[in-house]
Design a protein around this ligand. Sequence first.
Ligand code: GTP
Ligand code: MG
Length: 195
Amino acid sequence: LFAGESEFVKGVVAMDGLPPADRVEVCFAGRSNVGKSSLINALTGTKGLARASNTPGRTQEINYFTQGPDIYLVDLPGYGFANAPLPVVEKWQRLLKSYLSGRQTLRRAFVLIDFRHGIKAVDEEIMTLLDKAAVPFQVVLTKADKVKAWDHERTLAQVRQKLSPHPAAYPELVLTSSEKGEGISTLRSIIATLE
Ligand code: GTP
Ligand code: MG
């Protein structure tokens, strides 16, 4: 199902630089440092494919990766706080929003939420943008390895409650840890069904 090599295709800095819209694509959106690039590395089983780091604002371009012959995995710059000059951040935020609302072949957006923090106002803003653009999105909770089991239900309840007003949201949540591998195969199967 989730077979085939993954390769870096290109980093895109403007909408006219997007590759031809000839494959299904899924993207990974979320606040800076939430674990988007790490999740792509875990999904593809390729360490260092997407550049991850502890500095918020590491990914500053829209990075395209292949997954087998039919799918693009798209790593997005984070939103919210970033350790980069404001004009630069503003430029990539505009690009991010244009991409999320204007990419025809975008089949599903995964909105990553740090399991320790839950859904914040900036996340809701992006979700509203996805609602308006009619892009189906699914919440992926990240860094599950950092949350004690007895805290799970409280955060899950907050997330479910915050998702309920969003028509484009899938109710099914995916719990992941890129560090421990939790939820990675579940996410792979979800992506494979979109082929
Ligand atoms: P930007 O590109 O800056 O928006 O960040 P990002 O969302 O791509 O985050 P990235 O994958 O670079 O990870 C940020 C930090 O979180 C890194 O130090 C990762 O090692 C760490 N991290 C990512 N996923 C996990 C996880 O599942 N568990 C733990 N414990 N740490 C993680
Ligand atoms: Mg990144």
